[in-house]
Write a protein that binds this ligand. Sequence first.
Ligand SMILES: Nc1nc2c(ncn2[C@@H]2O[C@H](COP(=O)(O)OP(=O)(O)OP(=O)(O)O)[C@@H](O)[C@H]2O)c(=O)[nH]1
Length: 322
Amino acid sequence: MFDPNDWVLESEHLAPSLKKWQTMVNLMADIYEAPAGFVVQYTSKGYQVVIANESELNPYPAGDGVIPSETNLFCRRVVAENKPLYVKNATQLEEWQTNPEVSEDGFNSYFGMPLHWPDGSAFGTICVMDFDITHYKGPYKELIGQFRDMVEQDLVLVDQYKKVEDLSLRDSLTHSYNRRGFMTLGESLLHFARRYNKHLGLIYCDLDNLKFINDNYGHRVGDQAITEFSNRLKTVLRETDLSARIGGDEFAVLVLVDTEDELATLVERIQSPEASATHGHAAEASIGFRFYSNQQISRLDRMLDEVDKLMYANKHQRKATP
Ligand SMILES: Nc1nc2c(ncn2[C@@H]2O[C@H](COP(=O)(O)OP(=O)(O)OP(=O)(O)O)[C@@H](O)[C@H]2O)c(=O)[nH]1
């Protein structure tokens, strides 16, 4: 599912929908003869304009920053009460005097409706705003509901697409990417590194003694060791780094790094035993890693083979030195 706390503006999944919404919001503002029309998203971080009609009169462009959730916006009222709001003449109403849209930018009229994610939780609003007093009647009041339906139908599609993608690219135990996810997203990262002349680090981890943990403490504890290791990777890595469970007890990590030292420090942090413990057995791993300067980047499957071999060498060495 799409995380309702993520901004849709940052999601590649929504790019086609955003284009469609732009056309729709332009049209909506034209029909209402309003200088400003919006799709606004609400998250726990606040409010953000996702789509603004393309008009010079509109003072709030899309993606222009997050407005704190306590601001006395019209949209805030719509989300809080989960119902449409029509304000014809805000300057006459005491309750809107602290709304910067009214006091600072001179808006007088607001007409908006709540938008929802497919599970019914708040997505944000769709609205039109005018500097003049307005008198929307009959069909005008219904029309915005039609626009709302179009946006909500798109949100259903996006959510379904994301679910299917998650199923095929993610691992159900740890929710990190699986091998297919790693190869798919890894190719994009390789492409990025080649294009922008960046260097990469590739790390291959294989948990130690998982069979022993399974046999002695049960499969559930084994699962826990896998999950803990996956969580450790997530804690240590940046959001832009790629990590995946590419086999039963095997993980791969692909990161953009500037130097070999940077990569070595990262590996040390992954190895840090105090970060995890399962029934007294730290989920330790044998690790192979290699720094790939921009010129050394080849095919991802080849690179993975290389670090897999390094990992095995590390495993043998660890077993040989008790
Ligand atoms: N609990 C649990 N065990 C798994 C899972 N997937 C694979 N395994 C077990 O992980 C073990 C992986 O094999 P090995 O890597 O040879 O076993 P190991 O004990 O980690 O041995 P070394 O890597 O040599 O330390 C096997 O015993 C698998 O049954 C899983 O999803 N959950």
